[in-house]
Design a protein around this ligand. Structure first.
Ligand code: SAM
Length: 226
């Protein structure tokens, strides 16, 4: 079995769990590191688009066990806050500031964050417009959001994000495919400008479909604020 098929299950339909139920079971085995090939590829792609983090206010959105928040702390961020809707994932996080909330109702004031790092989670949300409207609200003018997920091309090929449940069975986590056109429309509506895109392949298979999608969005004073 190759590394990608350990992370994803192609074509074989698995029982699908809602995100909160899935991560309740997965949390104990979800280290705050890039612990598989897809995450390593995503890590490099995120860094390619990363703004200066030093002395900035950083929100690790859908933080899980705090992988991106921990990275931001090592880079000298002024403050780092993790936000996730899974108690179990937050309990396994080493971030000092953690808040239990959904990505569409972040309990922070408007314009209070300079950088949002939102790794490998947006596919769990069905409505991109609601997510990006909230991302835009908490970002300061000139603030940047980096948002990653596994690539829509993989999802269209039938890939599912899977994990082994506590009963030993394999489960998929709910996932909604967002096309580039959806991203463009939702970004425009939220007053966010797309300032970077990465679509890396597996490093050992450069001629196959990309496996990761990363978008860099900037809160732009020139664009309409929602
Ligand atoms: C694949 S994990 C990624 C965790 C972390 N961002 C990382 O890259 O290592 C997805 C995370 O998104 C969280 N999540 C899913 N839907 C969410 C929502 N609507 N609001 C907040 N967190 C959510 C899950 O609880 C889980 O911790």
């Amino acid at each position: 079995m190759n590394t990608l098929s350990k992370i994803f299950t192609f074509f074989r339909k698995q029982s699908t769990l809602p995100s909160v139920q899935a991560y309740q079971q997965w949390a104990a085995n979800y280290p705050a590191t890039a612990h598989n090939l897809l995450m390593q590829v995503e890590h490099t792609a995120m860094l390619n688009l990363m703004p200066e983090v030093k002395e900035r206010r950083v929100l690790d959105l859908a933080s899980g066990t705090g992988r991106w928040g921990q990275w931001a702390s090592t880079q000298g961020a002024n403050i780092v806050i993790g936000c996730d809707n899974s108690v179990a994932m937050l309990n396994h996080s080493a971030l000092i500031y953690r808040v239990l909330a959904t990505v569409t109702a972040i309990p922070l004031p408007s314009a209070s964050i300079d950088i949002i790092l939102y790794g490998l989670a947006v596919g769990h949300s069905q409505t991109l417009k609601d997510v990006l409207t909230e991302v835009s609200r908490v970002l300061s003018i000139g603030g940047v959001a980096l948002i990653s997920d596994f690539h829509p091309a993989l999802a269209w090929q039938g890939a599912q994000r899977t994990f082994q449940g506590q009963d030993g069975k394999t489960y998929a986590v709910e996932h909604y495919v967002h096309r580039y056109a959806d991203w463009f429309a939702a970004s425009q509506a939220a007053g966010l400008r797309i300032t970077g895109v990465e679509e890396p392949h597996r490093p050992d298979q450069p001629h196959t479909a990309p496996i990761v999608f990363v978008l860099r969005l900037e809160k732009d004073s020139a664009m309409m604020n929602p």
